[in-house]
Design a protein around this ligand. Sequence first.
Ligand code: MG
Length: 453
Amino acid sequence: MPNLMMSISGIRGVIGDGLTPQLIVNFTQAFGTYLGGGKIVVGRDSRVTGPMVKHAVMAGLISTGCDVVDIGVCPTPTVQMAVMNLKARGGIAITASHNPIEWNALKLLDSSGMFLDEVQGNNVIKAVNEAKFRNVAWDQIGKSEIYEQAIDDHIKAILKLNLVNPDQIAKRKYKVVVDCVNGAGGTILPALLQQLGCEAIFINGEPTGLFSHKPEPLAENLTELCEVVKAEKADIGFAVDPDVDRLAIISEQGKPFGEEYTLTAAVNYVLSKKDGPIVVNASVSQAVDDLAVKFNTRVYRTKVGEIYVAQKMKEVKAAIGGEGNGGVILPELHLGRDAPLAIALILMQLAESGTKASELHLSLPQYFQAKNRIELKELDVSSVLDGLLKKYQTEKTDTIDGIKILWPDRWVHIRPSNTEPIIRVYSEAKTMEEAEALGFQLIQDVKQLLKSK
Ligand code: MG
């Protein structure tokens, strides 16, 4: 993976080896120039490089006449909500999300708290490349202030949702174990769970930025959490990534639901309460299609990426949406993935049904997903995708993002990564063996096509 990448969603890189303060200043000058001044909310995750990056960000923004509202260490969804609540012109979340500790990044937000779309993002990139920055005079330079209520505002907004009844959850007196991997989760989840009347045990709860294990909330990184859930005889376990937009769930038996099942469970609860379509990306489990049939609604699919899902949700007035990596989006809160929200929705579903977490998991449509990748020497794979389309022309295919080939009870999705020279091959079926076999078959097809190029 290259050590520095600029895309429509922002800039990310390795600190000390690619992502320098000079680049960060230039990038934020470009963003400030593009916005033409105004109030900008800045928040960051707990990474140890966060203060350095934040100071560069503030210098860049203030020099273009933007006023910075610094909301401190917090989840990315808290930054998104603060942009809306404080009526800001934009926002920057300083976080490399689930990337390893040496990485940091800027995620840019527009005035609705959504990530920049392709047009907006390309305008910022153009401004970076042209390097014609708005350098205002001394008497027009921006101000900075600290706003300490953003996390409280976020919690209050979750507890006020029609879909969340804090008293109903509190009556169950749930015992919950939470792994925050020393990310920003520790700044919001203790207060949220306290207000939901839960007895919460935190592991890796201090937001030190010194991640105690690999920060992506995948089952293989959550063995400690699974052990503690069992040892403590807890009702459920939760894990979040460093910027708290992804949630993984562990049953009372210490077994991971699997990352796809956070969104599946949330969809199941939300659609039992309100009408409207579902919006998910092309790789999300077929379980949501089964739920759409159950609740008599439809599923819209988009390219992979939060902004594509969020935009489509807005367009079709979705009831709920998200991504299969544990990212749940509820439009009445905000159009971004939100793990604290997802925790409240899952606890609501348990409280209302009176079931155990393991029973909730088993009550959902059961599918298994295999995630594979093929390393490439080059990024241009269009001829390979064309070859696959031809080979599978008699099957049902979808080309919204790469190629997805669908059968009634299984599918495979082949998609070139936007950031790395790899092809992602995701396959899903009713058993893991079938999913792996399907993925293996397509990997062989791709390798054959690469050879014949
Ligand atoms: Mg994240």
